[in-house]
Design a protein around this ligand. Structure first.
Ligand SMILES: NC(=O)c1ccc[n+]([C@@H]2O[C@H](COP(=O)([O-])OP(=O)(O)OC[C@H]3O[C@@H](n4cnc5c(N)ncnc54)[C@H](OP(=O)(O)O)[C@@H]3O)[C@@H](O)[C@H]2O)c1
Length: 259
């Protein structure tokens, strides 16, 4: 079955103003699906929406919503009710490098609200809607960091661990309801992530390749890791004691623990 026939005409993409979310929006439009874009930077959304509309001749409504606001998941659900959405790309999120006890509390709170609270509640309201309709798909964008404790970005890693566990458990709960659930776990990807997270820029996969992998694996794998090397790392975790994994991650991210 074609992607559009399976998931319907509209898809909601959170965090569509840059990086992986933006690429998801383009890839969905390429498949004839109308992507609905959500983020805070309205000008960016407008620009991306115009680019998508002129290239693929689809609709691409956009909404400026701050997902760190407590009621934002309800607002977003109401704003998009008229669109018959069949796919949720729950992608918006951000990281924060540094020592947990010294980090800015306002930024920490925002990260918990976006990566955990709104992420979970959006998943809940849309999956309920999909189950009632009898079809749908959800891609939850977590991280390879979800498999390990991440000293150097402890809170971020914990939020990503939450997302992975929620997605996996929730997949089991709604199995058989014709709603596909895939947790996409990318490693380093070339986006604005590093600058927002106050980290040192490093190499990574192209955001388009990550998003494309997520689309290909939807309905096939519950957990999916883009990139050959990343996949190997994902498989290696089970062979090492957690104490070793904690130590190795601290070595890699230790530069952020200097304060
Ligand atoms: N890049 C990586 O290395 C990497 C690795 C593993 C996992 N991930 C995950 O991939 C996802 C996408 O990140 P990315 O790499 O594409 O980073 P990005 O380029 O910084 O994109 C993040 C997106 O989230 C949106 N966002 C952040 N806070 C928001 C808020 N309060 N309300 C609404 N939207 C908000 C941003 O839009 P506005 O700023 O316009 O609001 C932006 O569109 C995240 O969940 C991240 O954890 C990334």
């Amino acid at each position: 079955m074609q992607f559009k026939e399976k998931y319907g005409k509209y898809a909601l993409v959170t965090g569509a103003s840059s990086g992986i979310g933006k690429e998801f929006a383009y890839l969905l439009a390429e498949r004839g699906v109308n992507p609905i874009l959500v983020a805070r930077r309205e000008e960016r959304l407008k620009e991306i929406s115009s680019g998508i509309i002129s290239k693929y001749n689809v609709e691409s409504p956009f909404f400026k919503v701050d997902l760190s606001e407590e009621q934002s998941y309800k607002t977003l659900f109401q704003l998009t009710e008229k669109y018959d959405i069949g796919l949720l790309i729950n992608n918006a999120g951000f990281g924060y490098y540094g020592r947990f006890i010294n980090q800015n509390e306002e930024k920490q709170e925002k990260m918990i609200k976006v990566n955990v609270f709104t992420f979970a509640m959006l998943t809940k309201v849309f999956s309920k809607y999909f189950v009632e309709k009898g079809r749908g798909g959800i891609i939850l964008v977590s991280s390879l960091a979800s498999f390990q404790p991440t000293a150097g970005m402890a809170l971020y890693g914990a939020t990503k661990g939450f997302e992975l566990l929620l997605g996996e458990a929730f997949y089991e709960e709604i199995k058989g309801k014709n709603v596909d659930v895939t947790v996409l776990c990318p490693s380093a990807t070339l986006t604005e992530f590093q600058s927002v997270a106050e980290g040192v820029p490093h190499k990574g996969m192209k955001a388009r390749d990550v998003a494309l992998y997520g689309i290909k694996k939807l309905g096939k794998n519950v957990i999916t890791i883009p990139g050959f090397g990343n996949k190997i790392v994902g498989k290696l975790y089970r062979f090492f004691p957690r104490s070793f994994i904690r130590w190795a991650t601290k070595i890699v991210l230790g530069g952020y623990l200097k304060d």
